[in-house]
Write a protein that binds this ligand. Structure first.
Ligand SMILES: Nc1ncnc2c1ncn2[C@@H]1O[C@H](COP(=O)(O)OP(=O)(O)OP(=O)(O)O)[C@@H](O)[C@H]1O
Ligand SMILES: [Mg+2]
Length: 247
């Protein structure tokens, strides 16, 4: 299991090298906010530290300094993450079989699904045109959506079902749907899901969906979320017909 998890992490790390294509401008406010929080805490702890120093309470001094190191570490992590996103790497577009791309990502996530008792169903249309797209970037989108679905379903004890489907038609282009039976999305989440740094997970960075959306939009497509009746969430993306050809 340990090794399976490491394998998945490696695969995710490879995929994470993918560039964030959209302008950094739209993210600046969120990034500033995210960095200001630990910086504010750092200043508070530094002031507290000065106070403890004047009363020579070394125990509290040590305590404050440790908190300051944690805050500094947090800022470093945020900056590392942001830098890896803005590294310029031009997309490598090629004619792709979307179903094959989906199967590859299912292979990467298989252990994670088994470990969490998730049953997978696929409905991949065998009438799919090839799409002109960056394979690694689309894999990253799929992996992010699947990992989110798996993570969401760990919160429920009802059957954990993941449905992945693909289809294509002249008006909509190619449509890929990831549907789960997790807790679903409340209206507040629905509004904020795609914002950078919006997360409800203790270990989350909240970058997954923001990156997914910018990658899909860079391909001329759309990515959106809806709720799944009676429970769960549905994420779907389209790729435009203009970028497809009949195989
Ligand atoms: N399938 C889903 N079901 C329910 N909630 C979801 C689902 N996918 C995403 N969310 C909600 O949207 C939030 C943002 O997702 P996003 O992928 O952007 O960040 P994250 O998963 O929290 O962190 P990370 O940066 O590691 O991906 C999640 O924290 C979760 O609250
Ligand atoms: Mg995520």
């Amino acid at each position: 299991l340990k090794r399976a998890e490491e394998g998945l992490r490696d695969a995710q790390m490879t995929l994470a090298h993918v560039t964030r294509v959209a302008t950094l401008g739209e993210m600046t406010a969120s990034i500033a906010h995210e960095i200001n929080q630990p910086l504010g805490a750092l200043v508070n702890n530094a002031n507290a530290c000065l106070g403890w120093l004047s009363t020579e309470n070394l125990e509290e001094v040590r305590n404050s300094v440790e908190l300051m190191l944690d805050d500094a570490q947090r800022v470093t992590e945020i900056i590392t993450r942001v830098r890896s996103l803005v590294k310029k790497a031009p997309p490598q577009k090629d004619w792709l079989d979307i179903n094959q791309m989906i199967r590859e990502v299912i292979g990467l996530a298989r252990n994670e699904m088994q470990r969490n008792g998730v049953a997978l169903e696929t409905q991949l249309s065998d009438d799919m045109p090839l799409v002109f797209a960056d394979r690694i970037q689309l894999q990253q989108v799929m992996l992010n959506l699947m990992m989110n679905a798996i993570e969401a379903m760990t919160q429920v004890t009802t059957p954990r079902e993941l449905l992945i489907s693909s289809e294509a038609d002249d008006s909509k282009g190619v449509v890929v749907v990831v549907r789960d039976s997790g807790p679903g999305l409340d209206s507040k989440s629905l509004e904020r899901l795609f914002e950078p740094f919006y997360t409800t997970k203790p270990q989350g960075m909240g970058m997954g969906l923001a990156i997914c959306r910018s990658l899909i939009e860079a391909h001329g497509g759309r990515l959106w979320a809806t709720t799944n009746a009676p429970h769960g969430a549905v994420f779907q993306f389209t790729l435009p017909i203009g970028s497809v050809k009949v195989s």
